[in-house]
Write a protein that binds this ligand. Structure first.
Ligand code: ADP
Ligand code: MG
Length: 292
C-alpha cells in the first residue's frame, strides 16, 4: 500500500478505537483465514462473579469463604478477584498467609498456621492427592451451565467448592458471526475446562474449542494452526496471551486488558469490542483496494 493509503487507513482505524502499530499489520489483516479468541476477558467481560459457595464436611461456610479470600487476596487472576469481591460483600476478615504460590492455569497454594490451603482446578487437587470423586457429577452440572468451578482443600481434605460465572460481552456473538460470514475459521482458546468452554462457545456460535490449554502452551496452538497453512490472528487480553499474540500473523489486544498484551500485539481494540476485528479487516481490504 502507498504511504498515503496506509495513513488514511490507520487514521480511520483510530477514529473507531482501533490502534494499528505499523503499516504491515494493516496490510496483513485482510489475509487472515483463522482467528483464535481467548475466552476470559476477550469473549467474556472477564469480571466473573461468585454464584455458588458449597461447604463440604464440617467446615462452616463462613470459614470456607474466609480461607478462600485469604488464599486468593494476593492473586492477580480474575477468578481470585471474584472471590475477594464476594468476600468483601459478606464482610469477611481475611488473614495474611505465611506463604503464597500462584500455579499458572491451575490455582493457588498458600499456608496458614502450618496448614496448606489449595484453591483451583480438579487437576490441582489430583496432583495433590485430594479426593473429590463424589462431587464430579455436581461439578460437571455447574460447568455445563458455563460456570467455572474452583475446589478448595485445607490440610489435604476437600473443604468446599466455589462456582463463578462470567458474562459474554454484548457484541461477541455478532463479531463471531461476521467473521464466519467472511469465511474465517473462528476458534476459542482457554485454560478453563472443556465443559465450561463449550458452554460459552455455544452461546457465541463457536464450534472450534481448545480448552485446558496451559498459559505457556497458547503460543504453540497458534503455531500449529500456522503450520497448517492458515494465516492466523490471536485476540487476547492477558499476560498469558502475550506469547501467542506475538506468534500470530496478526495479534489483537483488548484495550481494557493488560499492558503486557498490548505491548505484544500489533493492533489494539481500545473499546474491547470484538466487532473491532471485523472493522480492522474491512479497513485492511479497503486500504489494499486503494493501491491496486
Ligand atoms: P483463562 O485462559 O480462562 O484465563 P487460566 O489459564 O488463567 O484461564 O486458568 C485456568 C484455570 O485455572 C481457571 O479456569 C481456574 O479453574 C484455575 N485457576 C487459575 N488461577 C486461579 C486462581 N487464582 N484461583 C483459583 N483457580 C485458578
Ligand atoms: Mg483472558
Amino acid at each position: 500500500a502507498t504511504p498515503t493509503s496506509i495513513m488514511v487507513g490507520t487514521g480511520k482505524g483510530a477514529e473507531h478505537g482501533i490502534l494499528i502499530k505499523g503499516a504491515e499489520h494493516l496490510e496483513n489483516a485482510h489475509k487472515l483465514t483463522a482467528i483464535v479468541l481467548d475466552k476470559t476477558g476477550t469473549i467474556t467481560k472477564g469480571q466473573p462473579e461468585v454464584t455458588d459457595v458449597i461447604p463440604l464436611g464440617d467446615l462452616p461456610a463462613a470459614e470456607l469463604l474466609r480461607l478462600a479470600v485469604s488464599a486468593e487476596k494476593n492473586s492477580e487472576h480474575p477468578l481470585a478477584q471474584a472471590i475477594v469481591d464476594y468476600g468483601k460483600l459478606q464482610g469477611v476478615q481475611p488473614q495474611d498467609p505465611e506463604s503464597f504460590t500462584a500455579i499458572p492455569g491451575q490455582g493457588v497454594k498458600v499456608a496458614f498456621a502450618g496448614k496448606t490451603v489449595l484453591v483451583g482446578t480438579r487437576k490441582l487437587m489430583q496432583e495433590n492427592n485430594i479426593e473429590f470423586t463424589g462431587l464430579v457429577a455436581q461439578i460437571e452440572q455447574m460447568e455445563l451451565q458455563g460456570k467455572t468451578v474452583m475446589l478448595l482443600a485445607v490440610a489435604n481434605k476437600l473443604g468446599g467448592l466455589f462456582a463463578v460465572a462470567d458474562t459474554v460481552k454484548e457484541h461477541s456473538a455478532q463479531a463471531v458471526a461476521e467473521l464466519q460470514a467472511m469465511g474465517i475459521e473462528v476458534w476459542m482458546i482457554t485454560g478453563d475446562n472443556s465443559r465450561t468452554a463449550q458452554a460459552i462457545a455455544r452461546t457465541v456460535g463457536i464450534t472450534n474449542v481448545m480448552a485446558e490449554v496451559l498459559p505457556e502452551n497458547k503460543a504453540e496452538k497458534v503455531e500449529y494452526l500456522k503450520s497448517e497453512g492458515k494465516i492466523v490472528a490471536m485476540v487476547g487480553d492477558g499476560i498469558n496471551d502475550a506469547p501467542a499474540l506475538a506468534t500470530a500473523d496478526v495479534g489483537f489486544a483488548i484495550g481494557t486488558g493488560t499492558d503486557v498484551a498490548m505491548e505484544a500485539a500489533d493492533i489494539t481494540l481500545m473499546r474491547g469490542d470484538l466487532t473491532g476485528i471485523v472493522a480492522a479487516i474491512r479497513l485492511s481490504k479497503a486500504t489494499m483496494r486503494n493501491i491496486k
